[in-house]
Ligand binder design. Structure first.
Ligand code: AMP
Length: 114
């Protein structure tokens, strides 16, 4: 199967501004930022989307969320707050079929989302 865009970033085949990496996840700046800070955190093992995640992905998903909070802290977002977003499917706004957590901060977020 062909690699997803984010697998290519993980493999360093496409450049990205990487802000954090460990053995299971990679965080990099979104190319089209929607906030002063907009980082994507992806599992290195490609899970297409949250709707396709399986029981065997449980540990990875927990790690992903804990690292999202750690990356937000590293980026200085903890004091004022931030938003984590996972888009799923067409109506959810998903455009890259490789699970990713958006970490958005640096400005107040509106609710509900548009
Ligand atoms: P989603 O719409 O939730 O699937 O999010 C995909 C995100 O990937 C969008 O916010 C895009 O701006 C971002 N994106 C697309 N291509 C790249 C790239 N080469 N490097 C960094 N972010 C990207």
């Amino acid at each position: 199967m062909s690699k997803t865009l984010f697998e290519k970033i993980v493999a360093r085949e496409i450049p990205a501004q990487i802000v954090f990496e460990d053995d299971r996840v990679l965080a990099f700046r979104d190319i089209n930022p929607q906030a002063p800070v907009h980082v994507l955190l992806v599992p290195k093992r490609a899970v297409p989307r949250i709707a396709t995640a399986q029981a065997e992905d449980q540990e990875l998903l927990g790690h992903l969320l804990l690292q999202a909070a750690a990356v937000a802290r590293q980026l200085g977002l903890e004091a004022r707050g931030y938003r984590l977003v996972i888009n799923n499917g067409a109506d959810g706004g998903e455009t890259v079929p490789h699970l990713h957590v958006h970490i958005l901060g640096g400005r107040p977020m509106a609710w509900p989302p548009g």
